[in-house]
Design a protein around this ligand. Structure first.
Ligand code: ATP
Length: 711
């Protein structure tokens, strides 16, 4: 048990507070020691992290005169970073402290709660808080040496220096790119019209072909943001764009160096697959096709991760050798990664970001794509942008709803295209309609869809006596035999594993083992259970246990614990020596032991974990379980971790009470992971509709920083 003050490395004897049960707000802010006690309370309650407290301690030592109110801001800015916010927005925290800070995390009995931020800050004004910060030695003041100061205060937003620097550098890079026009080949428009030769008709009505607009925009600029929901044609657009650019470059004998990347291995593998198919069907010459790469790498690999540091081999001193960089699943890029990409990107190169702005943002701080695409829905093109695009595309560029933008205020909008027509989810698709309703916070409509008889949507409300129904859904042992693969559960891949296993006498080198392993990995993507939470009965941990036990009871796996054949595992940390990335998924399989012989008595079969190769080579690779240090069982996974993946049947389970993580972005991301069937499982009726009406509010100053550059 940590004693009072121990955490802060000093003897603490709070002044005027004896045997405190609960501090009052006034007491908590009356002395540094009392503030430390309060932070300890918050730490004990799991409201803040040890890291937040350690930072307060460090900065408290740097400035022994810093007032408690200033140190409180340090704890809160660090806490906010842990929740994905780049900075602490003082006005919004003072307006509604508990909401802005998401404190307390829900689900804790009121009588056990420490002093709430709302009570603590009730009597604090922004003026007092700013004054307390300005009185410290910790704050960067205009004109002083910024690098020596850990805090930056800008228009009511408090930053840790490093994040402010990321934000302002990213803004500067982006503005430079926005301002740079790229020359176009004289026949560009002609070639564009040839690639998009059919007018886009939706329900018989002629509509703006936003894919074509995106190609025109990306060809003439150095930065382009292409956002769109699932199946709106982002990949197709980028493949055609690369063909157009490469055609023009080959005409003058200078092939472009193109790199394709994604934030995770899984997303990279998915794009590799779909780009490969699309390039092969492009109506361009073989030499142009050959000059378009189909291999997609991860951002970490592209930049060259250096072990045990946050730096990369490629940076401003050693830029990437590239003329065009395309990054898919850009909603998963956090601010620090965006900063690293922009630092390493040569000045002349085009950057094209693809993603779905409505998806959950990265787990790390910053919601870069969401911020950058803030105006995408309403277009906000200036008349000049609109005319230029119309001229290049030879068609009308307009959508409903629409706003006319201002060149200075809506700089980014001039480089953004939103693809609006989903080819994956037609107008009758339940999944498509549900995703749209959730995205537009239409709770009633979403609820009706869940309870209608649309074949691709299913709903299950958990009651105490229907745990058998949940197990039936999660395993669905009969799907394989009945051919109802769209409703498959976890039994499916294990049945494939058992039924397709090569004969035991085939040697390890026989290709049938590789084929079988690839088949099992593919079958595993038939179904996935997604959770909003990590812990508890409705979280990943509880559900993984439940599923493993049920599968063992069915005789589909031999054990529910440790390593067993069929155990699916998720890599939780990058391991460069093994070539595994955080988010990679493997399955343990019993494979022939090439070292076994009658003489050495080694087992005939050994357990190896098979992973899909996340590179252009395709195929699979094996790793011994003992070499995997950071993995966890992954029957169920969080929605966050599922980003960049798709499953034929996706089930999303919501807990039996509200939690701050339950937002429309989380629901939308979960629903859009489903290819053919989506099942919603509710622990308590009403959680879904409540979550549809809640939105992630990420605090960042990126758009203000962009407006401020040179303005
Ligand atoms: N202009 C087009 N004409 C005909 N078919 C198209 C066009 N654009 C896209 N498609 C088809 O629509 C489907 C979805 O397209 P695509 O994979 O490019 O979308 P996406 O937005 O990248 O999807 P995802 O959500 O999987 O990332 C594909 O089958 C593709 O071939």
């Amino acid at each position: 048990m940590i004693q009072q003050g121990e955490l802060f490395g000093e003897e603490v004897m709070p002044v005027g507070v004896e045997q405190i049960e609960r501090l009052t707000a006034e007491q908590a802010l009356s002395s540094r020691d009392n503030l430390y006690l309060l932070l300890q309370d918050w730490l004990d309650a799991g409201w803040i992290r040890a890291l937040d407290v350690a930072l307060v301690k460090l900065l408290g030592q740097l400035d022994p005169n810093a007032q408690p109110l200033a140190l409180l801001a340090v704890a809160l800015v660090s806490h906010q970073l842990g929740h994905g916010h780049i900075c602490l927005d003082l006005p919004s925290v003072l307006r509604d402290p508990d909401l802005a800070l998401l404190l307390p995390p829900e689900g804790r009995a009121v009588e056990q709660q420490p002093l709430l931020p709302s009570a603590l800050l009730a009597a604090v004004s922004q003026k007092d808080w700013v004054a307390a910060l300005q009185n410290t030695q910790l704050l960067y003041q205009q004109g002083s040496d910024a690098s020596a100061k850990p805090l930056v205060l800008l228009s009511g937003r408090l930053y840790l220096y490093r994040y402010w620097q990321y934000e302002s550098t990213v803004a500067q890079h982006l503005v430079q790119r926005i301002a740079t026009e790229m020359p176009l080949a004289a026949d560009f428009s002609q070639r564009l019209n040839k690639l998009f030769n059919e007018p886009l008709l939706v329900a018989g009505q002629r509509q703006t072909d936003w894919q074509k607009v995106a190609c025109a925009m990306a060809a003439q600029g150095q930065l382009t943001l292409i956002t769109g929901g699932p199946g709106t044609g982002k990949t197709t657009t980028v493949v055609r764009l690369l063909a157009l650019l490469q055609q023009g470059a080959l005409q003058v004998g200078q092939a472009l160096r193109i790199q394709l990347a994604a934030p995770t291995g899984k997303a990279a593998a998915r794009l590799t697959e779909s780009i490969g198919q699309q390039v092969a069907s492009l109506p361009v010459t073989q030499s142009v096709q050959d000059a378009i790469p189909t291999a997609v790498t991860t951002l970490h690999r592209l930049l060259g991760s250096l072990p045990n540091t946050r730096h990369f081999r490629h940076n401003s001193n050693n830029p990437l050798v590239v003329d065009v960089l395309v990054i898919d699943e850009a909603s998963m890029i956090d601010l620090e990664m965006m900063h690293s990409v922009l630092q390493a990107l040569p000045k002349h190169a085009r950057l094209i970001l693809l993603g779905d702005k409505d998806q959950l943002a990265s787990v790390e701080a910053g919601s870069v794509l969401g911020d950058l695409c803030a105006d995408a829905e309403l277009a906000y093109y200036t008349t000049h942008t609109q005319q230029r695009l119309e001229q290049l595309c030879a068609e009308k560029v307009y959508a409903e709803p629409w706003c006319v933008g201002d060149a200075q205020q809506h700089r980014l909008a001039q480089r953004t295209v939103m693809l609006r027509h989903s080819r994956r989810f037609g107008s009758e698709s339940g999944i498509g309609q549900l995703a749209r309703a959730v995205n537009q916070s239409e709770a009633q409509q979403a609820w009706q869809l869940l309870h209608s008889d649309v074949p691709d949507i299913q709903y299950l409300l958990l009651k105490q006596n229907n745990s058998a129904a949940l197990n039936q859904l999660l395993l669905n042992v009969s799907a394989h035999h009945s051919g109802a693969l769209n409703s498959a559960g976890y039994a499916y891949y294990l049945q494939v594993l058992q039924q397709q296993r090569p004969a035991a006498d085939k040697p390890f080198a026989d290709p049938s083992w590789q084929q079988w392993a690839a088949l099992v990995l593919q079958a595993f993507d038939q179904f996935r259970l997604l959770c909003a939470l990590r812990k508890g009965e409705f979280g990943v941990a509880g559900l993984n246990e439940r599923i493993a036990t049920a599968l063992q009871q069915q005789g589909l796996i031999s054990s529910a614990q440790g390593w067993y054949e069929g155990r699916p595992v998720l890599v939780t940390q990058n391991d460069y020596s093994l070539g595994l990335m955080n988010g990679d998924i493997g399955i343990a399989l019993l494979l022939p032991n090439a070292d076994a012989s009658a003489e050495n008595g080694e087992p005939q079969q050994v357990l190896r974990v098979v992973f899909a190769r996340n590179d252009a080579q395709g195929g699979v690779r094996y790793i011994l379980p003992s070499r995997l240090t950071a993995v966890e069982t992954v029957f169920a996974m969080t929605v966050h971790k599922s980003q960049g993946s798709e499953f034929v049947h996706t089930a999303l389970i919501l807990p039996d009470r509200l939690n701050p993580v339950l937002t429309k972005e989380l629901l939308y991301t979960g629903i859009t992971r489903a290819k053919n069937k989506f099942t919603l499982i509710e622990g308590h009726s009403g959680i879904f509709t409540a979550a549809v009406q809640r939105k992630v509010e990420r605090v960042s100053g990126l758009n203000q920083a962009i407006c401020a550059v040179g303005g």
